[in-house]
Design a protein around this ligand. Structure first.
Ligand code: FAD
Ligand code: FES
Length: 1315
């Protein structure tokens, strides 16, 4: 959104994703909101930004898409010249996508980038207009002119004397720009006008450049007060009134960006009755350069400060701007653009966060904070003395922070910023620092002596702290190794942390403090040209990401009139709706006025008896209509997808934090949530088991699980092995992080009929359980799903209890009920990918050929069965990966813990089994001293080999993928280059690794392998397809429409798929197991073939007839134009038989990484992926699945870490998930994908694609491990070591085993992990 006055007397409203918002109005003040749909829409045409994203496959589930469009639009709109590729990546840093892997989004937006500067010169633009260079009334910098909307060279802004950079309609008061005047879309007439169709075919909206009303821009600031029931908002227009207000309301919050206060109000339920916005106080928005430095008003936004500093850095002598450079560098990795654009300097300082990224810098740079209060005037406080406790600062209640004074640096004064976070982009620091030294030439030549030193750390105590011992160890000393050694020792005195300090990672944090100092030493030494170790100070550099995709083109149609649809890279059918924000998700459904909103009352304890439940206070909350619990369930309170071992509402005992105890319904979401908070629950706490190790110790298992895979004679083989290795491996869980949380709408009708609108992958299961809970027959409950904003397995079963909880009040009150979880609720209560632990014993000969393997796999199932049985089955069935293990025994154990039940997630246990196999094969290679790739090749399956569960390897393409990946990635040559790089860089190491994959396709529960479809043909020739699968971004509907179009021989535009609904296709299996395209494709084909057969005589009778004529002829002849298709996967046995899978899918990945061994910071330089997707129905969609799956897999193994309140993390509330939001749980961002991202699809095999590529992310894990091997070797510690997953910066850094780590961590440390 960008920001119009509402017409007088009208209610200012807006809709965001279908939700209606009433905007704050007071004395006519309102902000203009620029909406996505204002840019373009499906009926009138798309804006170029939307159009590129749609046609270039940049949207899958589409839930993130409007955000990307607006970020890109804002960048273009605010750029005076075309952005570079780097600018575009930076601008997208605060946007997350869980589906695409970002590559297609970047490719789409980079079409707006200035990649060919010659196209943007004045001459080029003039030439395009046929005028002499310089003759244009130059409006943009450097003679370049670019449309602020499309980013293309364009001179619309020159029309009617529009302001520089205003572009199409932007500044043209009469709207004459090409948006306003050219209703026919012809644009301004320039050959290169941005409004012309750009070759992609999709229509562009002719007037899609809404202008920012000039009258709003010109409006003078005036004071404003908006009273409300919960708070009064003041916006003073002068410094004096600000101070008066603050004196009158000492407890008032000053709010600029609201990025802190908003979070406190939303997540900590903080109430602030008076809020004062200093946004319109001129003095506090000034940046003033003085003789000695720069003064920045406390209400200046971070983006403005950054821009101003950049200007000063460019214009002032270099030695004066060292501190400003450090601030600018730090701000690059401070939050994302969206936050930096609104949040202010004062907010960051006064929050007093111990991990503020700027505070240590202000402290080290010698800045001063100026407080100001009515009657007491200005008071200057040194930044280093301002922070007095956890989120406490030296500010009196009547004072405000007025400004920050930053002195210029002097010659030979160095200032440097440091920050290490779990993810580089948009993440808060684990530890950060600011460091400054002033050096002077010593008595001896080439020796520099420290005159002044200041070192400040964040993230090591309850507040940002100075390191006085470090400073003392430096001052007066020469800048040399001895001084460094003494200063590093002093770090240990200054940075002291209790073993269980809040935030955890204690060894890492202390080690980081030392690493930063070391880096600073090298940084200054380099500037002074003393010392070496350049690699320690090498700044982070990342080139814009790019990718290549290969696939074999489909065959041309055999006969000219045949429609060739299957095999074509059609973009997602809903892409246009998604890019314009018109796509409707469940929570967007508009309901009748009597609809209610529900909020859940959940357990705050991991294990407890419920001793009391009192909703009387909740029922007093205005707006609350009712409270419902177990006693109100009209049917059966017991639920559970396979075992009915869950309750809709807990009756006597709770077994996980977040378990549902009751539901409050109200007329608004706020009232429902306030009501839910007011319900009093009494607990008698019981012992809780949170981890696999605790469960093993306590013998807490689901004893009904007896799954095992066995072949050969394991026990007899050990004696024949040259080597036997054993130990444990651990891999953590993973949050689905679908962008749309679980939600539903339940609508009651007459006679106890219900319609469910569900964000679920399994509408039939939801229908079944809602019917059972309400005690009504299934034929009276219809469950409908239009689309999901991502699912990844997390919406298969864990939405059931949510739907049932909403259905109960809908039943009693006979009113529609909507229930949408907040992100933190969803993450806490709906389960994740199971963490696994494996104990293993593997025997092999001296060549590295595996002879026997015995594994016990333990998964953290949580507090109910859910799908953990089948997930463990699949883990067992994938424990061989692509390796022939002649004697193997793998047993599974399901651990009963007090976590919310863990559940399905892309790969469904397969990735965990595969990962363990990769871990032991790597350990074999290290044991026998051979390259990993050689040992992998040696053990790889051949055609005809038999798996440990007895399935014969048919169409085994493991080696084909593997060889292709190694050759196309130039693996051997790059290994040498990596070795050379590592030899030349002590503190930077690269790693290169190749990993293969094999994934079995079919549900391992046999009866689920069935699919239905219903195809109707209408008399206008259009076709409506319904099948049992759910569209969740994976492009299933697009592919199914392609199958139908091809089978009926009609253009794709004739086919439509509206939704998935249990009244069209009953009893459908969940959309899962990567089998949906195969199964529903076959079912759709079956239905279409029946129709084609019925229509064949009419086609023959009407040789030149149109499809519509054929259809009408058949209709008049009373032919049934509707067909039901059905398919069962042939010849499969399910788990326990010798053919659990219809076929296997193969692939291989090669990744190269670079690791900063001092901090654990890493980036993926290149990944080459090969998948045998065969002859894809839609190669573009399949490539999207490969890229998205890979990035998600990589996230699981190297980035995403779940932290639970368990014994490893006693600083987290027992049983609570600490990482329950984007602030603490980090999925890959645009900056994390491989810089060079190559994908190849192998031809000629009909293969699935959803889950199989996920495991290729392992190549990044092993590449990182290779980099750590190189670091350890450089530290004199060669040989195997254990690295648990995820390989976060903490684990990577601590395992590098260099001398800096000696005081903090043993070389074989296994950092704490929730498992
Ligand atoms: C997604 C996200 C990412 C973030 N990433 C980072 C990050 O990487 N690094 C980092 O350091 N921080 C980060 N933050 C924290 C936050 O953005 C910053 O602290 C920001 O600068 C706060 O500014 P604001 O204007 O939004 O503060 P507000 O929320 O408006 O105010 C914050 C506090 O400061 C007080 N205050 C504000 N101005 C004054 C004043 N002049 N005088 C007295 N009191 C005042 C308010 O009363 C309030 O208590 C992040 C926040 C979010 C939501
Ligand atoms: S398309 Fe980005 S989250 Fe689904």
């Amino acid at each position: 959104m960008t920001a119009a006055d509402a017409p007088a007397g009208s209610e200012p409203i807006c809709y965001i994703n279908g939700k209606r918002y009433v905007l704050p109005s007071g004395r006519g003040e309102i902000t203009l909101l620029q909406f996505l749909r204002g840019l373009g829409n499906v009926r009138e045409g798309l804006h170029p930004v939307q159009q590129r994203l749609a046609v270039m496959h940049g949207s899958q589930c589409g839930f993130c898409t409007p955000g990307f469009v607006m970020s890109m639009y804002s960048l273009l709109r605010s750029s005076e010249e075309p952005p570079t590729e780097e600018d575009i990546e930076d601008a997208l840093g605060g946007n997350l996508c869980r589906c695409t892997g970002y590559r297609p989004i970047l490719d789409a937006f980079k079409t707006f980038a200035k990649t060919d500067p010659s196209a943007y010169t004045e001459e080029a633009i003039a030439a395009s207009k046929g005028v002499a260079p310089g003759a244009t009334n130059g409006t943009a910098a450097n003679g370049q002119r670019v449309c602020p909307s499309s980013g293309l060279p364009c001179d619309c802004s020159a029309k009617d004397g529009a302001a520089a950079g205003a572009g199409c309609g932007g500044g043209a008061a009469n709207g004459a720009g090409c948006g306003g005047g050219a209703a026919n879309g012809a644009g301004c007439g320039a050959a290169n006008c941005c409004k012309k169709a750009n070759g992609t075919g999709a229509p562009l909206k002719p007037s899609c450049e809404p202008i920012f009303p000039p009258e709003l821009k010109k409006r003078p600031a005036f004071a404003l007060t908006m009273p409300g029931p919960a708070l009064t908002w003041h916006r003073p227009a002068s410094l004096e009134s600000l101070l008066e207000l603050k004196a009158a309301h000492p407890a008032a919050k000053l709010v600029v960006g609201n990025t802190e206060v908003g979070i406190e109000m939303k997540f900590k339920n903080a109430a602030y009755p008076v809020v004062i916005a200093p946004t319109h106080v001129p003095e506090m928005n000034q940046i003033t350069v003085t003789e000695t430095g720069v003064e920045i008003g406390a209400a200046v936004t971070l983006t403005r400060m950054m821009k101003a500093f950049k200007g000063l850095i460019a214009s002032r002598p270099r030695h004066q701007v060292a501190a400003m450079e450090a601030v600018v560098n730090q701000l690059r990795w401070f939050a994302g653009n969206q936050i930096r654009n609104v949040s202010a300097l004062g907010g960051n300082i006064v929050t007093g966060s111990p991990i503020s990224d700027l505070n240590p810098l202000w402290m080290a740079a010698g800045a001063t904070f100026v407080a100001l209060g009515k009657g007491t005037g200005e008071r200057a406080v040194k930044a280093s003395e301002f922070f007095v406790g956890y989120r406490q600062v030296d500010l009196k209640p009547h004072e405000v922070l007025y400004k920050v004074v930053l002195p210029f640096t002097r010659p030979n004064e160095y200032v440097k910023e440091f920050k290490q976070s779990p993810r580089r982009e948009d993440d808060i620091a684990i530890v950060n620092a600011g460091m400054r030294v002033k050096l002077a030439p010593g008595a001896e030549e080439g020796v520099w002596v420290v005159e002044e030193a200041a070192v400040a750390y964040g993230g090591v105590a309850a507040r940002a702290v100075m390191a006085p011992s470090v400073a003392a160890a430096l001052v007066g000393k020469p800048w040399d190794q001895d001084t460094l050694k003494a200063a590093l020792e002093a770090v240990r005195q200054d940075v002291v942390m209790a073993e269980n300090a809040p935030g955890g990672k204690v060894e890492f944090r202390r080690a980081l403090a030392a690493s930063f100092l070391f880096k600073f030493f090298v940084h200054a030494a380099l500037a002074l040209e003393v010392g070496n170790y350049h690699s320690a100070a090498k700044p982070y550099e990342r080139h814009p990401a790019h990718g290549v995709q290969f696939w074999a083109p489909p065959e041309a149609p055999r006969v000219p009139e045949e429609v060739s649809v299957v095999g074509q890279p059609h973009h997602h059918m809903a892409a246009e709706l998604q890019v314009t924000g018109e796509a409707q998700y469940t929570d967007d459904i508009r309901l009748t006025g009597d609809a209610l909103v529900a909020a859940l009352v959940t357990s705050a304890k991991p294990h407890a008896r419920i001793t009391g439940l009192d909703a009387s206070a909740a029922l007093q909350v205005p707006g609350v209509v009712g409270f419902y619990s177990a006693k109100d369930v009209p049917g059966n309170n017991a639920i559970g997808p396979v075992w009915a071992d869950e309750e809709v509402f807990a009756t006597s005992e709770v077994t996980a934090v977040g378990q549902v105890i009751g539901v409050v319904v109200a007329t608004s979401e706020a009232a429902a949530r306030a009501g839910a908070r007011a319900v009093a629950v009494g607990y008698e706490e019981l012992p809780a088991i949170m981890s696999i190790e605790e469960a093993i110790e306590a013998g807490s298992f689901y004893d009904d699980y007896k799954g095992k895979v066995e072949c050969g004679d394991v026990d007899a083989t050990w004696a024949q092995c040259d080597h036997v290795i054993s130990g444990t491996y651990k891999v953590g869980g993973q949050e689905h992080f679908y962008l749309e949380p679980n939600n539903c709408v339940v609508i009651p009708h007459e006679n106890d009929e219900f319609t469910l609108y569900s964000s679920t992958q399994a509408p039939a299961k939801h229908q079944k359980f809602v019917a059972s809970v309400l005690g009504v027959p299934a034929h009276k409950v219809v469950s409908k799903t239009k689309r999901l904003g991502g699912g990844f397995g997390g919406k298969e079963t864990r939405g059931i209890f949510i739907h049932c909880a909403a259905a109960v009040p809908a039943y009693h009150l006979r009113r529609p009920v909507r229930l949408c979880l907040d992100r933190d609720e969803d993450m806490q209560m709906t389960g994740q990918r199971h963490a696994f632990l494996a104990t293993y014993k593997v025997g092999f000969n001296k060549d590295g050929r595996v002879l026997a393997a015995e594994l016990d796999l333990y998964n953290n199932a949580g507090n109910s069965h859910d799908l953990s049985h089948s997930i463990m089955d699949r883990a067992l069935l994938h424990s061989d990966c692509v390796y022939k293990v002649p004697n193997m025994r793998v047993r599974g154990h399901m651990c009963r813990t007090h976590q919310a039940s863990n559940t399905a997630f892309r790969g469904f246990g397969g990735p965990q089994g595969l990962m363990f196999a990769e871990l032991w094969i790597e350990q074999i290679a290290k044991t026998v001293g051979k390259p990993d790739a050689e040992v992998r090749t040696l053990n790889m399956y051949h055609e005809g080999d038999v798996t440990p569960f007895g399935q014969v390897m048919e169409h085994c393409r493991a080696r084909a993928c593997w060889e292709k990946a190694l050759s196309s990635s130039d693996f051997e040559a790059r290994q040498k280059a990596v070795a050379e790089f590592n030899a030349a860089n002590r503190w930077r190491k690269r790693g290169l690794a190749a990993t293969p994959t094999k994934f079995g396709i079919s549900f391992t529960t046999k009866f689920l392998n069935q699919a239905g479809a219903l195809v109707h043909v209408y008399l206008d020739g259009t076709v409506l397809v319904t099948h049992g699968g759910v569209e969740m971004g994976q492009g299933l509907h697009t592919k199914m429409a392609q199958v139908a179009a091809q089978a009926l021989n009609v253009p794709l535009s004739k086919v439509f798929i509206s939704e998935t609904s249990t009244d069209k296709v009953p009893n459908a299996s969940p959309t899962a197991a990567s089998a949906s395209s195969d199964m529903y494709g076959a079912a759709v084909l079956d239905a279409c073939r029946q129709l084609a057969e019925r229509l064949a005589p009419y086609r023959a009778k009407l040789p030149g007839g149109t499809w519509k004529e054929v259809v009408n002829a058949a209709y008049l002849d009373r032919v049934d134009l509707s067909a039901h298709g059905f398919y069962i996967t042939p010849d499969i046995t399910g788990f326990g038989g010798t053919r659990p899978f219809n076929y296997f899918c193969f692939g291989a990945g090669v990744s190269e990484v670079e690791l900063d061994t001092l901090t654990g910071d890493m980036q993926v330089l290149r990944s080459d992926l090969v998948m045998d997707v065969g002859n894809p129905i839609n190669p573009a969609i399949d490539i999207g699945q490969v890229e998205g799956g890979f990035v998600q897999g990589m996230g699981w193994l190297v980035l995403e870490e779940l932290m639970w309140g368990d014994k490893q993390h006693p600083w987290v509330r027992p049983g609570h998930l600490f990482t329950k939001g984007p602030g603490t749980y980090k999925i890959p961002s645009v900056n994390d994908i491989p810089v060079d991202f190559r994908v190849q699809l192998l031809a000629d095999a009909p293969n699935a694609v959803g889950e199989p590529p996920f495991h290729l992310g392992a190549s990044v894990f092993f590449a990182l491990k290779e980099a750590v091997y190189a670091a350890r070797a450089a530290s004199g510690r060669p040989g195997y070591f254990v690295l648990d997953a995820p390989a976060t910066p903490e684990r990577l850094r601590l395992l590098c085993a260099d001398e800096l780590l000696e005081p903090y961590a043993s070389p074989d440390i296994r950092p704490k992990i929730s498992c």
